[in-house]
Design a protein around this ligand. Sequence first.
Ligand SMILES: NC(=O)c1ccc[n+]([C@@H]2O[C@H](COP(=O)([O-])OP(=O)(O)OC[C@H]3O[C@@H](n4cnc5c(N)ncnc54)[C@H](OP(=O)(O)O)[C@@H]3O)[C@@H](O)[C@H]2O)c1
Length: 298
Amino acid sequence: MSTTVFVAGATGNLGSKIVTELVDRGATVRVLVREGKADGGDALRHLVSTGVVDVVIGDLSDDVAILAGHLEGVDVVVSAVQGGPDVIVDGQTNLLRAAEAAGVTRMIPSDFSADLHRLDYGDNLFLDMRKKADEAFAGSTVKPTFVLNGGFMEVMLAPFMGIVDLEHGTFSYWGDGEQALDFTSIPDTAAYAAAAALDESAADRTVSVAGSVLTMTQLHAEVEQATGRTLEIRELGTVDDLRAEIERRKQTATNPYEFVSLQYQWAMVTGKAKLQNLNNADYPDITPTTVAEFLATR
Ligand SMILES: NC(=O)c1ccc[n+]([C@@H]2O[C@H](COP(=O)([O-])OP(=O)(O)OC[C@H]3O[C@@H](n4cnc5c(N)ncnc54)[C@H](OP(=O)(O)O)[C@@H]3O)[C@@H](O)[C@H]2O)c1
């Protein structure tokens, strides 16, 4: 009998790709979609309209008993939700309580980041929420699998991150440029998440994966090679300077996006959230895209 997986956040960027991977791997997939996206929305409409996935309408803020009803017969819960503390902490804890009530034995929470468990509270506002949600697994009958992938290539190399700036011909980074950093594409993260969901031996542990592990110096060389451009290196300061810049921005920020991308960079360039032991080899059917391959397709 195939494994039944319940996916929350299924209409999202990562979640919809996890759903497709699960279907491709022969799982029975039930998705939670919110009112207004009963047809699966843009990302999932094709799988919903063809009946490939079962749909339940709801929200992580629903009563635990209602969520537990949706989870009847489910083996594994995968959460790929995004949001504030109401979703990441309260909503995911609600979902965990519902999974316990329904007798589900495994869950992947919406972490999908650098190694948040090596960070301290205060290091990263958004990862603090995920650390808090993960604490709820202590003593639970539901065993977690924490899927960690470093930074999404699509995010780390995007202009808003401030590292690669093709318009101005610059490559900017904090730190000494020699710290190894983990990068994984979004489709590969989805593939590993689906594989881990279907892997009973992944219960109660971390699955760390990366498509490439590169220093900023190596990343600069790969971006130059892929674009055929010379990018002037801008050393922005030490990791302590970066921490000071984050604290400065926090004083005047009108929303967390004004400093959180720097907090993600700090977690990576200090090495504090470096993935420890990569589990790529546990899933040999997945050959993840490297940064060089990713750049070549852009
Ligand atoms: N490592 C990295 O570099 C990196 C970068 C980006 C994201 N991530 C992580 O990847 C994960 C997924 O992010 P994403 O970008 O794929 O998110 P996304 O595209 O914004 O999708 C979020 C999903 O959560 C659902 N959702 C939000 N609130 C909900 C609620 N109360 N009840 C039920 N569903 C709810 C949304 O439903 P609707 O469609 O109805 O809104 C949507 O399906 C997050 O943990 C995020 O932090 C990691």
